[in-house]
Design a protein around this ligand. Sequence first.
Ligand code: F0G
Length: 482
Amino acid sequence: MAVKFYQPENQVPLEMHKVRVVQKLTLLPVQERLKAMQDAGNNTFLLQNKDIYMDMITDSGVNGMSDKQVAAMNIADDSYAGSESFNRAKAAIKEVFGVDNVLPAHQGRAAENILAETFVKPGMVTLMNFHFTTTKAHITRLGGSVVELVHKKGLIPQSDDPFKGDFDLQALRDAITEHTPEKVAFVRVEAGTNLIGGQPVSLENMMAVCDICHEYGVVSILDASLLQDNIYFMKIREPRCKYMSTKEIYHLLASRFDIIYFSARKLGFSRGGFILSTDAKWTNMMMEFVPLYEGFLTYGGMEVRSIEAAAQGLLESLDMEYINQGPEFIAYLVKELDDYGVPVIKPAGGLGAHLNASEFVPDMPHNQYPAGAVGAALFIAGGIRGMERGTLSEQREPDGTERYAELELLRLAVPRRVFTLSQIKYCADRVKWLWDNRSLIGGLQWEYEPSVLRFFFGRLKEIGYWQEELAAKFKADFGDSL
Ligand code: F0G
């Protein structure tokens, strides 16, 4: 497992892979970073990749491919129906999850669309530890609603609880009773709970949720998009998992949940998505939506090369020497920031480091979008692109009022097998500078606010001229340095 250094003071996470294909990056001068951010409407989604030094917007579809994945892509079998590539993906899923019934979808949210179409009827509720943006959008589009039942420990920004994604089990029972089992479309467990900081759910809690679902006759679904990180944390934080192999954990989960789905942009180091079940009854219910929305049953909207890469990538998701890299780099970044006093979500989770914008700019109201403002400021400070995960990422209530996020976070995703440790250190350095200059950060206001998933293409502008002042301060402190 973790390689110990002779000099403990020099201990860093050590990669068990080497880099053989590289991509040139650019770091623009601060004035150009300022212009690029303003041209993008202060929305990091609208930045151009050519203007970015560290792209930390997501870990989705941007993970480093292994030599074996690239090799597998060369033997992709391009056929509309009965592709050998799909058979190889099924074989990999059988190996990893021990499951035979598999449906393809072009990505995770497409799987969510199919699940919502199958189970959600107007007036029904879905119960989950925490929502994900696309999941919720599909459910509410069909007249359903989302009830979040994460244990209250999950919303405490800084703690040392190892499994902040856990359900409040009593609240789950109460919600099923209150809404009645017939009105519950499904219970969804999100592994590596994204919007609360990539926080894992314990194996014990997942098993207990499945037991409750079975007791009440409610469908249980696992969103396994971030399961790889979650399994890493189970292995190192949960005593009962210490002596289980990763494969035993994947198999146990698949034997207990009715349905598992995931984005292969995360789990599988590739692109695409899958829905699986030990019981064909569930996949049969959903099967007809695949050709309708995605494509034939043996490609489901995925490109065959991605299917091959996902098949190999899934096998690599069993390997602790691969799956430890993301969480260990994130833990390193979180520690660097925390030691300096920068408010970050603790303990470190999977997916990325999460800055707590509410503490960065404590006096800024939610409707000036603190996490969006810190994100725009960090791009100006370092050419680093993060993602707003706060009020901007919420949907307005049906009556048009703002729904304020429980946590105002700026997510700095650490795509797997992509960055070097010096780049992670650079990121920490620029965040520390921003923290020391946080009094310069001001709010944002809408220029254009779309009605659906507004965080993707909405445009905002600075309130006042704080961004020019921030760039001037950078110039004063760093001189000619980029
Ligand atoms: N579920 C979870 C937990 C996710 O994090 C995502 C995507 C999806 C489902 C949807 O999958 O992107 O393949 O359609 N998360 C990405 C992110 C977008 O950046 O966190 P998708």
